[in-house]
Design a protein around this ligand. Structure first.
Ligand code: C2E
Ligand code: MG
Ligand code: MG
Ligand code: MG
Length: 279
């Protein structure tokens, strides 16, 4: 009986696996035309100075409004797009949209764009950044490329060459989700990042878990020592923000400070009117 049960379980898992695989392939197929069909969007989440609460910039986050399935999470479809290579085209689209949007903003506000390792290595990334900056009129120092630690170590030497090229253009480079990857400290020595983002998993438990608090404290100190500003992501409560303020963390981002929103819903006060570049 146990054997038969085992066999049934095995069949069950096989069927489930098959379903998942089919599902992935359908998503992969739909991804190829999602930009063309106007299903993709970009939302913007504010990044603020903790002491003054001043908005210093925004992070661009992709959204996919699938006509049948509704909104699909980036953490689900981005890995599929990376595997199929569709991320190169999708990522370039996000970059162009984000730069176009940021070019309408007043002052020195920055725009942070997430870039996948596949995109980073996909041929001429710095060149495409350069041409997007030219086309949108956005100053290079207002663009920040966010890369995750895992992306960094995937092909360290090649990544470093590309990142240096970006720095030569005047573009800023941020280490995203810090603390979740491997060999974190070596990575920090390998490249002069302009900003470090502490992963939100640490921020979330900062007031209930002494270990998380100690890690956040240490990363802020590390950033100070390296002369590299630190941004805490995923700040959801006033208590978390108070802790970060006390620890002298410079910047924060999270639902407590502002949710991601569509460009047209953002406050218009900092827009340069009526010049809408590229329009
Ligand atoms: P990320 O770059 O670490 O972005 C932060 C994520 O945390 C976003 O999720 C954001 O909506 C969410 N978030 C912000 N504040 C809070 C908070 O207070 N609490 C919680 N629980 N979450 C918060 P999102 O938009 O679902 O994106 C997930 C990940 O997908 C991103 O993580 C990034 O790695 C990737 N991603 C998003 N857009 C792009 C893109 O255009 N290109 C690439 N390559 N990856 C992207
Ligand atoms: Mg990010
Ligand atoms: Mg992050
Ligand atoms: Mg994250």
């Amino acid at each position: 009986k146990a054997k038969a049960e085992g066999r049934n379980m095995h069949r069950f898992f096989e069927a489930a696996m098959g379903l998942q695989e089919r599902e992935r392939r359908l998503i992969e197929y739909d991804l190829r035309n999602a930009v063309k069909r106007g299903e993709m969007g970009v939302v913007y989440q504010p990044q603020k100075r903790i002491d003054s609460r001043e908005t210093i910039g925004y992070e661009a986050l992709i959204r996919w409004y699938h006509p049948q399935r509704g909104e699909i999470d980036p953490s689900y479809f981005i890995p599929i797009a990376e595997e199929s290579g569709a991320i190169v085209q999708i990522g370039e689209w996000v970059l162009r949209m984000a730069c176009l949007e940021a070019a309408t903003w007043d002052g020195d506000m920055t725009i942070a764009v997430n870039v996948s390792p596949v995109q980073l290595h996909g041929g001429a990334f710095p060149l495409s950044v350069q041409s997007i900056l030219m086309a949108t009129g956005l100053q290079a120092h207002r663009l920040e490329i966010e890369i995750t630690e895992t992306a960094l170590i995937k092909d360290l030497n090649r990544t470093l060459v590309t990142l240096r090229h970006l720095k030569l253009l005047g573009v800023k480079v941020t280490l995203d989700d810090f603390g979740t990857g491997y060999s974190s400290l070596a990575n920090l020595r390998a490249f002069p990042f302009d900003k470090i983002k502490i992963d939100r998993s640490f921020i979330h438990s900062v007031n209930t878990n002494e270990q998380a608090a100690a890690i956040v404290r240490a990363v802020v100190g590390l950033g100070r020592g390296l002369g590299c500003p630190v941004l805490a992501e995923g700040v959801e409560t006033k208590e978390e923000l108070d802790f970060l303020h006390l620890e002298d963390c410079q910047m924060a981002q999270g639902y407590f400070l502002g949710r991601p929103s569509a460009a047209e819903d953002m406050s218009a006060e900092f827009r340069v009117e009526p010049k809408r570049l590229g329009a």
